[in-house]
Design a protein around this ligand. Structure first.
Ligand code: BES
Ligand code: MN
Ligand code: ZN
Length: 505
């Protein structure tokens, strides 16, 4: 394990089932009970059967029955939790509720046991939910009271049959948590240079390489649009290029582009004060790319992936770009910057042009791009735009499988009307109507040379209010997509690395 992995939770697959879980000792035992629960032999099945019969426990998703020193149960505490029909959504709800009650001082080891032979999908969902419900951000607290739960063992599954899916789910969690960590850090603890260092640290892992460019190289590339956004800040911009090579070199890569605005004040078109702090999350797209690479290094799938992160701050200043300024993008297209707060598309367009050099199989950009997308879809589904129907279908499917949903939005050319201007090839904003779509139409002008999709994660990448914090979305969706692609490719697999060490529980 790399030294910076101190925050990582240990997940294991146990060889026990519900019948013999009573003998396993942990601080808390969580038992997931479906509505069609069939009682059998063993202490725990007996207890569940009795409570159900007495009407003291309901199997509605998330309904809890906590117990202390239950007779015959080695774990100090046991929590029965209803899972309804045992579908991924219900299991997520149940696990979230149970971990919420279970976590606290002195709770280090947790057992999670399914009351039915759970499928690999359901297990993966439970792993994700445990991680999510127990996550605690600590980096900028003076007394880090972090996550106490450090080890979680899952039982009640056919361990041999689900092992690979389990390993992928655990790797996905590590990716999601890396994304959350960087997204949650305040902007003064997550500058473009710091993000670049995080990417460089990833390059210590197998099959990952990283190159970081500063203002000089970016100017040489002709990224005039990206540079215009960075002008107002004292922090230097960074352009980060990550490469994961899991397949033969000749295989066309998938390119992921993450918006890396480490703070978005709006620039000269400055934003109002309320909730402006949340614009530290404007690099969630970039964080999701880092998270995906973290997981790729663990899983080592047979696919080639390139990660591009244009990163800078969007600040007002004497040198800042002004409304009406016209800049020349790397593509040669000139852009009239009518609103300096529509900066995400201005840094992404140059990265989209840079992506052409990889002759990619597909390019997916991920961005907290528009407030309009929050209005359209809220925090449930990310907005998805695609120039290719098959890419769209695959992203939708990956989202469903990973419980990290997206929804396809339109790209009719009529939506681009408002981007017309008398002073440049294109303006960076249209009117207020369909703001998420017009932003995507702007990007599409730069993504004509390959199959392309755009994920607007403005509503899904973080939560506001009391639970303010990053969600790590859409790391799970992207990994699901990439792993499905790797499975399809089949050929082009390079020699596997030495087998990963597996811990038997
Ligand atoms: N980063 C914001 C988008 C955003 C706003 C995400 C609120 C989540 C919550 C982006 O850079 C932005 O400011 N977009 C503008 C575009 C507008 C000026 C056309 C917006 O959505 O208001
Ligand atoms: Mn903005
Ligand atoms: Zn922004």
């Amino acid at each position: 394990m790399i030294a910076s992995d101190w925050w990582i939770m240990n997940f294991e697959l146990g060889l026990f089932g519900l019948a013999d879980v009573a003998a396993q000792k942990a601080d808390v035992l969580i038992v997931l009970v479906p509505k069609d629960f069939k009682s059998g032999s063993g202490v725990v099945p007996g207890l569940i059967g009795a409570t159900l019969k007495a009407g003291h426990f309901e199997t509605k998703a998330g309904k809890l029955l906590p117990m202390y020193q239950a007779p015959g149960v080695a774990s100090t505490r046991m929590i029965m939790v209803g899972c309804d029909d045992g579908a991924p959504r219900q299991v997520r709800q149940a696990v979230t509720a149970a971990i919420g009650v279970a976590k606290g001082p002195g709770v280090l080891q947790v057992l999670v046991c399914f009351g039915w032979k759970a499928s690999a999908d359901v297990l993966a969902c439970a792993v994700a939910a445990v991680a999510d419900a127990s996550y605690v951000y600590t980096t900028t607290k003076s007394k880090p009271e972090g996550r106490t739960i450090s080890k979680v063992i899952f039982g009640g599954v056919d361990a041999a049959a689900v092992q690979d899916a389990f390993d992928q789910a655990v790797a996905t969690v590590h990716g999601v948590e890396l994304a959350k960590e960087w997204a949650n850090r305040p902007a003064n603890h997550a500058t473009p240079a710091m993000l670049a260092n995080a990417a460089k640290a990833l390059a210590k892992r197998p099959r990952i390489e990283c190159e970081v460019m500063g203002p000089k190289k970016v100017a040489k590339l002709g990224m005039g649009s990206f540079i215009a956004v960075a002008r107002g800040s004292e922090e230097e911009l960074r352009f980060i290029v990550l490469r994961y090579q899991g397949a033969v070199k000749s295989q066309a890569p998938t390119v992921l582009i993450g918006k890396g605005i480490t703070f978005d004040t709006g620039g000269i078109s400055i934003k109002p004060a309320p909730e402006m702090d949340e614009m530290k999350f404007d690099m969630c797209g970039a964080a999701s790319v880092l998270g995906v690479f973290r997981a790729l290094a663990d899983i080592q799938p047979a696919i080639n992936v390139v990660g591009l992160i244009p990163s800078c701050e969007n600040m007002p200043d004497g040198r800042a770009v002004k409304p009406g300024d016209v800049v020349t993008s790397m593509s040669g297209q000139t852009i009239e910057i009518l609103n300096t707060d529509a900066e995400g598309r201005l840094i992404l367009c140059d990265a989209l042009t840079y992506a052409e050099r990889f002759a990619p199989a597909a390019v997916i950009d991920i961005a907290t791009l528009t407030g309009a997308c929050v209005i359209a879809l809220g925090g449930v589904r990310s907005g998805m735009f695609a120039s290719s129907d098959s890419l769209a279908t695959q992203l939708l499917a990956a989202g469903e499988a990973a419980q990290d949903f997206c929804w396809r939005m339109p790209l009719d050319d009529d939506y681009a009307e408002g981007l017309k201007t008398n002073f440049a090839d294109v303006a960076n904003v249209a009117g207020r109507a369909a703001g998420a779509v017009t932003a995507a139409k702007f990007l599409q002008r730069f993504a004509g040379k390959y199959p392309w999709a755009h994920l607007d994660i403005a509503g899904t990448a973080w939560k506001s209010g009391a639970a303010k914090g990053a969600t790590g979305r859409p790391v799970a969706l992207l990994l699901g997509y990439l792993l499905a692609e790797a499975a399809k490719a089949g050929s082009g697999v390079v020699k596997p690395l030495a087998p990963r060490k597996r811990k038997a529980a």
